[in-house]
Design a protein around this ligand. Structure first.
Ligand code: ADP
Length: 389
């Protein structure tokens, strides 16, 4: 009996031991599984955070998130660039980071309003900027204020382009209206009876003819510029000898040069060959030589020269010995419709688009154009084109 009891006790002990061993193996496995799960979670969280940061940093819009005390908890790269602050500003106030009261005032309004949409801000420079702000107040699930999120879109470039487009349309309308009103005036005078006077008839028809030509020239230049600007014009670059291209332009403009007694000098070395579209090259040279004749000194000299630069590129220079271009106007002469002397340009039949066409045609070849001028000592226009071969 005693032996039986002892056996029973031994069996119970063995069973208990077995259960304990199994339990402790189980809990060790559990602990290991838990640790692995935690590590996987941490990894996923890190990957998620990285993805989110990459996504926010790839946004064009600046994004700033504020805590309920108005301190920055998150800002993407675009916001840092827009306001010129560093990541160290995280934790600081919005005003400290952006240094614009107008921006901080938008965030402050979120205390009363839940969202501010499409709000446009004009920030004083330098540089002055136009920003569109979309801001929302954040709430936690219980509806308690949890800060704010502000998204900034930089509209500066867009507004500049809009301004330039409006100015361009106004300029085009003005340029078209001038010859049109002269044509209309001449036609009305003819209809009012001047057609019976042979001298008046001749004079008025000449006005009509001249200004119709001017309109055609203006429209041609506008269309060409629009094509060059949008990249719609196809270039057909081919080896183009610069000395002979210059000579052809001189031949075309010889009559105009004689009219102002300007001597044309072709100083381009033979053997300079550019890889350029011949039509565009002729246009560039023609506009520059024509300007030199129009605005240079009556009885003066207009010279075209050229040389090889590294690359190899070819640089061509069109130089006159006229009054030159005032320093403050030099950066602007390549703008559409910009003229130093409006009356003189119109009197010479200029459209105000010649140099803009030169710039675009040269840039379409990858080249550059610039002007150098000492007022009173002439103007020198330089442009570069890739060398052939
Ligand atoms: P435009 O049709 O008026 O000649 P451009 O675009 O060719 O238009 O030139 C713009 C302006 O630049 C001209 O109106 C003139 O005031 C100035 N300009 C151009 N070339 C010369 C030059 N060689 N000397 C002095 N002024 C020049």
């Amino acid at each position: 009996m005693t032996a039986f009891l002892a056996l029973l006790a031994l069996a119970a002990l063995a069973a208990w031991w077995q259960v304990r061993r199994l339990r402790s193996a189980d809990s060790a496995r559990h602990a290991q599984e838990l640790a692995e799960l935690q590590a996987r979670h941490a990894e996923a969280l890190e990957a998620h955070k990285h993805r989110l940061e990459t996504l926010l940093d790839s946004m064009i819009e600046g994004l700033v998130v504020l805590d309920p005390h108005g301190r920055i908890t998150l800002a993407n790269r675009a916001a840092e660039v827009l306001f010129g602050f560093s990541r160290q500003m995280i934790g600081g106030t919005l005003l400290e980071a952006v240094r614009h009261h107008e921006v901080a005032a938008v965030a402050a309004r979120l205390g009363k309003e839940s969202a501010i949409l499409d709000h446009e801000l004009r920030l004083e420079g330098p540089p002055p900027r136009v920003l569109q702000v979309n801001a929302v107040a954040l709430r936690d699930p219980a509806g308690v204020g949890a800060g704010a999120m502000l998204v900034f879109h930089d509209l500066t470039r867009l507004r500049e382009l809009e301004g330039a487009r409006q100015e361009f349309v106004a300029n085009v309308s003005h340029e078209l209206r001038t010859p049109l009103s002269l044509i209309k005036g001449a036609a009305e005078t003819l209809l009012d009876g001047a057609k019976t006077d042979p001298a008046a008839l001749d004079r008025l028809l000449q006005i009509i003819d001249r200004h119709a030509d001017r309109l055609t020239l203006l429209i041609d230049d506008l269309l060409l510029l629009a094509k060059l600007d949008s990249g719609r014009i196809e270039l057909h670059p081919e080896p183009s000898a610069l000395r002979s291209a210059t000579q052809e332009v001189f031949d075309d403009l010889a009559k105009r040069a004689r009219g102002r007694e300007v001597r044309l000098e072709n100083a381009v070395p033979a053997g300079l060959v550019a890889q350029a579209d011949p039509d565009r090259l002729r246009q560039v040279l023609s506009n520059l030589v024509d300007n030199g004749i129009k605005y240079g000194r009556a009885g003066g000299v207009l010279a075209v020269s050229g040389r090889v630069l590294e690359g190899p590129w070819i640089e061509v220079c069109v130089r006159d010995d006229g009054p030159g271009i005032p320093r403050e106007a030099q950066a602007r002469v390549f703008e559409r419709f910009y003229r130093v002397d409006k009356a003189r340009s119109r009197e010479q039949g200029g459209t105000g688009l010649g140099l803009a066409i030169v710039k675009h045609a040269v840039q379409a070849h990858g080249g550059e154009v610039r002007v150098e001028s000492e007022p009173g000592q002439g103007a020198a226009f330089y442009f570069t084109l890739p060398a052939a071969g």
